[in-house]
Design a protein around this ligand. Structure first.
Ligand code: AMP
Length: 214
């Protein structure tokens, strides 16, 4: 099964992707994580995209399509979860082509919707375990009182450079201008499955499960 998690920054795409990976042995392909890894390892591409990412703008289609193509070549028995990709119509068309070339297709596009006010609150309070990537939130899901990650026991937590109010506003604007047209694109292809992602993590996971099994 191949699915896309589509939604604005802070909708919980990464969190839900991790749950699906555990439950269904799917492979998560997060272009945001790939770009951050490229930055951290200091590759030329990583240096090129750093300032664009910090400002909250989208990096060029060629770069992210190239990253996805490389990962698709490695395969995945349980299929792929596209998290944060595609973000433009050109990326969506490229994904269609890449899957078709492999005799595959998309099964569903989960559109995760969250109120804009809640997005700002979620993002500005977000931190991530440096060891395993588990996501916490100062208000709704704080780091355990012993200061250790509940998943892996790691004790270092980081905040993303672009998780501040200013870049979030740019990221939201990019989403509405360039990514939200994908909602219509996938609706017309009869792939769109809307999920209200305002509830607790487990509730949203249950909704997604119902959609995928329905
Ligand atoms: P994310 O972790 O998905 O929120 O992505 C973080 C940042 O990486 C975005 O704000 C963009 O600068 C860049 N990025 C991630 N995925 C894409 C994509 N599919 N297209 C363009 N830029 C992307």
């Amino acid at each position: 099964m191949n699915i896309i998690l589509l939604g604005p920054p802070g909708a919980g795409k990464g969190t839900q992707a991790r749950i699906l990976v555990e439950e269904r042995r799917m492979k998560q392909l997060s272009t945001g994580d790939m770009l951050r890894a490229a930055r951290n390892s200091g590759t030329e591409m990583g240096r090129k995209v750093a300032a664009i990412m910090d400002a909250g703008k989208l990096v060029t289609d060629d770069i992210v399509i190239g990253l996805i193509e490389e990962e698709l070549e490695k395969g995945s028995e349980g299929g792929f979860i596209f998290d944060g990709f595609p973000r433009t119509l050109a990326q969506a068309a490229a994904l269609d082509r890449l899957l078709e070339k492999r005799g595959q297709s998309l099964d569903a596009v989960i559109e995760m919707s969250v109120d804009d006010d809640a997005l700002v609150q979620r993002i500005t309070a977000r931190s991530t375990c440096a060891r395993c990537g588990e996501v916490y939130n100062d208000i709704s899901r704080p780091v355990p009182a012993d200061g250790k990650c509940g998943e892996c026991g790691g004790s270092e937590f980081t905040r993303r450079a672009d998780d501040n109010e200013e870049s979030l506003r740019t990221r939201l604007m990019e989403y509405y201008k360039k990514t939200s047209p994908l909602i219509g694109y996938y609706f017309c292809k009869d792939k769109l499955r809307p999920v209200v992602a305002m509830g607790e993590i487990d509730e949203v996971a249950a909704e997604i499960r119902a959609v995928l099994e329905g």
